[in-house]
Design a protein around this ligand. Structure first.
Ligand code: AMP
Ligand code: MG
Length: 392
């Protein structure tokens, strides 16, 4: 059996990246750039007005002008303003030749139809003009390889006219829930049966992590039918997750079936709680995670091992690091030799444990904010210890 650190090291050395593809902006949310982006144009691409008002050649003191033109946002014609003249102008409209300043309409006095004046000290020469290239200059870098594309980055790309970018693609992920006892929520239960909570939970965890192509499968505890489903799921996905059937029970066939499917073992069993019998393997570039069936094991193993692997696939870096290091609020007794991952809540700089940490018990997930890691050798981890914390 290996330690959590060894397991993460082996996985980090064996993780795979997705492919790099050029993808339309509308499909890029949450994906990671695999190239630096340089602005193909100046933005703004022309000097334009920051206000609704009047554009003129302002000389810095009280003046009067005759209004000779109207320029609307979107007008592309070339307008020239001669000295003593002004153009009525609107926000975003092109500054006419001969104008150096925009005076907002609320500071302008309309003397009579077509005749305006300004007196005051709020405006200086050059005011209220957004200069060409003042957001992004042509050929300068605006985004960096490795950045995650959120709404702001996507807006920036659109503003410089970029319609497609190179990103790492998302994996196709399949998950197989195993167990004769499983019934779907919404159907009646007979005594001895339970609801399949791992399936919906895994599906949600995958979606939370940006996976778009998800395929769920269900297998009974029958070796032949499980083998068929594993073979099919392996052929249809880049990453395969299984829940249940990987322990030492008489009906736990997952390990055998994976070996028959030529999945190469990277490791099996980790000195941790929950989730000791985790199996991780690979078939060519495909990653396989056989998670122990207890829901807390599924959840904890997903956060510790599957999530970083998916993040790495998506092109992210530093995926194995804890999100925070916080102070443990209370003493915790544990079995020495096992790393514990426990559901917790953050308060200020501290992290405290929730009640109901058993691996079958999902109630603590109602309020859990994080998993905290209590390291292997200790028998008691004392209040005040700095521990690794992983956000949920
Ligand atoms: P196993 O690893 O197959 O021995 O399962 C361990 C425990 O997890 C058993 O109590 C199972 O009933 C439970 N379990 C397995 N699969 C699921 C599932 N999809 N949803 C909820 N509990 C499950
Ligand atoms: Mg089972």
């Amino acid at each position: 059996m290996i330690s959590v650190e060894q397991a993460k090291k082996i996985l980090s050395e064996n993780s795979e990246r997705g492919q790099i593809k050029e993808i339309a902006l509308g499909e890029c949310l949450g994906l990671v750039l695999s190239e630096n982006i340089y602005s193909p144009i100046d933005v703004p691409s022309f000097d334009n007005s920051a206000m609704d008002g009047y554009a003129m050649n302002f000389e810095g003191h009280n003046e009067e002008w005759e209004v000779s033109n109207v320029i609307q946002a979107g007008d592309t014609s070339e307008t020239i303003i001669s000295p003593g003249k002004a153009a009525r102008i609107f926000t975003g409209a092109k500054i006419p030749k001969g104008a150096n300043t925009v005076i907002p309409q609320e500071l302008i006095e309309v003397i009579k139809e077509g005749q305006i004046a300004y007196s005051g000290d709020k405006i200086s020469i050059g005011s209220n003009i957004r200069l060409k290239g003042s957001q992004s200059e042509k050929h300068t870098q605006i985004l960096e390889k490795g950045q995650v594309l959120g709404a702001g980055q996507i807006g920036l790309l659109a503003s410089v006219g970029v319609a497609k970018v190179k990103v790492w693609t998302t994996p196709r992920v399949g998950y197989i829930v195993t167990g004769n006892e499983l019934k779907e929520p919404g159907t009646p239960l007979r005594e001895g049966e339970i609801y399949n909570s791992n399936g919906p939970m895994l599906e949600a965890l995958l979606k939370e992590n940006g996976v778009k192509q998800i395929q769920g499968y269900k297998a009974s505890d029958d070796k032949n039918s499980l083998q068929k489903i594993i073979d099919r799921a392996l052929s249809e996905n880049d990453i395969l997750l299984l829940s249940g059937g990987i322990s030492v029970g008489d009906y736990d066939f997952v390990e055998d079936c994976l070996k028959t499917a030529k999945v190469r073992e990277l490791f099996y069993k980790i000195k941790q709680r929950p989730g000791k019998p985790l199996f991780v393997g690979k078939k060519e570039k495909k990653m396989v995670f056989a998670l122990p069936g207890n829901p807390a094991s599924v959840h904890s193993c997903f956060i510790q091992y599957v999530r970083p692997s998916i993040r790495f696939w998506l092109g992210k870096n530093a995926v194995w690091d804890a999100d925070h290091q916080l102070t443990l609020a209370e003493d915790v007794e544990k079995k020495p030799g096992l790393t514990y991952f426990m559901k917790g809540k953050k308060t200020g700089g501290e992290v405290s444990l929730l009640k109901g940490q058993q691996s079958f018990n999902l109630q603590a997930f109602a309020t859990a904010e994080c998993l905290l890691e209590l390291p292997g050798e200790n028998e008691v981890v004392t209040a005040g210890t700095i521990v690794n914390v992983y956000d949920l």
